[in-house]
Design a protein around this ligand. Structure first.
Ligand code: ATP
Ligand code: MG
Length: 256
């Protein structure tokens, strides 16, 4: 995980990890990486994380395995980065990009040239050699969307067959799916439009997902394409979302 520890929270505190992350997001906001709404989105995520017990569930593991298989099989894999992703897992995302020979693209809901520049620097400092989606490019517009959210990079999301878009908004996820792209999202809310629309939904916290996804890519890279194709074919996203919801109910009632 990125960044330093926040000193005034004692490691024995029961909400230590969560409070660390929250403090890191406040720092990211002050540094101009996050828009105000990024903080609110994080808060929504915290609530759902509480419900799944702040751990990676068996259904999330299944989705992570499928995501790794789809990314390895992709001809043009792209990882889309927003403010929350840059604040939480920039180093891990850059590492994953390298392992997949993928493209890295900045896509912001509340896009300003300043924030794009700041996030580009965060990614470059984390080791990224190439960052797409910057102000230097002439963007291509995605059908069905308006405003800055409709922008995509010609060599990035526009060309991609598989896109990893953590914390994407519902409209954009829908537009990408309708362009015949395989869309992988990470979203703690199993009922968000993004979760329901994506091809592969990982219901888990981004900070836990990306390191696990890196491990899965390392493990599955050794398999034949047909084995990877079978993993993707046998995955039922709607069923997996239902199973994720069942786990939440079970945690509450104790019933299986
Ligand atoms: P919809 O997908 O229904 O359009 P939305 O995308 O507009 O909803 P937001 O609150 O903007 O909703 O998006 C933030 C989403 O990201 C929430 O569903 C929240 O649970 C999720 N989220 C926030 N932080 C994290 C995180 N660290 N890891 C995974 N998911 C997160
Ligand atoms: Mg969403």
């Amino acid at each position: 995980m990125n960044s330093k520890k926040v000193s005034n929270i004692h490691p024995d505190h029961p909400r230590y990890e969560s409070l660390q992350l929250r403090a890191r997001m406040v720092e990211a906001y002050k540094a101009g990486i996050l828009a105000e709404s990024g903080l609110i989105a994080h808060g929504r995520g915290e609530a759902f994380d509480y419900l799944i017990g702040e751990k990676t569930t068996t259904t999330a593991i299944k989705a992570i395995e499928t995501a790794a298989a789809a990314l390895i099989l992709a001809d043009h894999p792209v990882i889309s980065v927003n403010g929350n992703t840059a604040a939480l897992v920039s180093r891990e995302i850059v590492l994953l990009t390298g392992k997949l020979d993928a493209k890295l693209e900045i896509n912001l809901f509340y896009r300003t040239p300043e924030r794009v520049k700041i996030i580009e620097k965060v990614l470059k400092d984390a080791g990224a050699e190439e960052v797409l989606g910057t102000e230097a490019e002439n963007p291509v517009f995605i059908k069905g969307l308006e405003g800055p959210r409709s922008q995509s990079s010609r060599e990035g999301v526009y060309k991609a067959d598989v896109v990893l878009v953590p914390l994407e908004d519902g409209d954009r996820a829908e537009a990408l799916v309708s362009q015949e792209k395989l869309v992988i999202t990470v979203d703690l809310n199993p009922l968000s439009r993004t979760s329901k629309t994506a091809s592969i939904t990982i219901v888990d916290n981004l900070v836990r997902v990306i390191p696990k996804l890196i491990d899965e890519v390392d493990r599955l890279k050794k398999l034949e394409d047909t084995d990877l194709q079978n993993i993707v074919k046998n995955f039922d996203n709607q069923q997996n979302i239902k199973d994720s919801l069942k786990l939440v109910a079970q945690a509450y009632t104790g019933k299986k």
